[in-house]
Design a protein. Sequence first.
Length: 184
Amino acid sequence: MSIPAVLQTARSCIRLPEPSDAVKLLRFRVDNRAHLAPWEPLRDDSYYTLEHCAQAIADGQEAARLDRGYPFAVFGADEEEILASVTLSNVVRGPFQACLLGYGIGAGQQGRGLMYEALEAGLAWAFGELGLHRVMANYLPRNERSARLLERLGFEREGYAREYLRIAGQWEDHVLTAKIRRDD
Ligand SMILES: CC(C)(COP(=O)(O)OP(=O)(O)OC[C@H]1O[C@@H](n2cnc3c(N)ncnc32)[C@H](O)[C@@H]1OP(=O)(O)O)[C@@H](O)C(=O)NCCC(=O)NCCS
């Protein structure tokens, strides 16, 4: 699989981060540590180091090369700063043609429709260039912002999984949703 192109939206530039973006990734992680912690696995202090960011970028490039996952960073239009993340992971081909979707936006960028804009572009790419048929996104029942966002993007509820992921140190139930490619 060739490394994906840059996706441009009205207010952002979405691409895999490169080694030279490690400092920007570190800033996004450090600045949003408290904001993202309730919605993510526990992170130890090493997650907030340049070494970890550099390794994550290298791992992301390799995952994309193998068509296993695409951990995109959402940059501002001038590419000076990472504003959000859009991660397509667990890509499965064969008769499934599916992946999982994860995302998060910086605390100061919420409420501007920017996450929606980036996800809309990422989904168009997943269903288009990547040729996937199903994108799955799962959220904590109390994550109302995420529920609203997924509904607006056309995701449909498919189920409810008990103790589905270990988030912030606790096994948490999740609402399971998916969006299926529509060719009409
Ligand atoms: C969940 C999360 C991504 C939602 O971000 P968001 O900024 O609310 O999402 P959107 O891009 O859809 O923006 C919608 C908001 O922008 C407002 N908005 C402003 N301008 C807009 C525009 N041009 N277009 C659309 N919406 C706009 C909407 O009214 C809405 O505001 P409201 O929530 O007060 O009603 C964010 O809260 C987050 O990162 N949370 C922590 C991590 C997380 O939960 N990740 C998901 C795990 S499942």
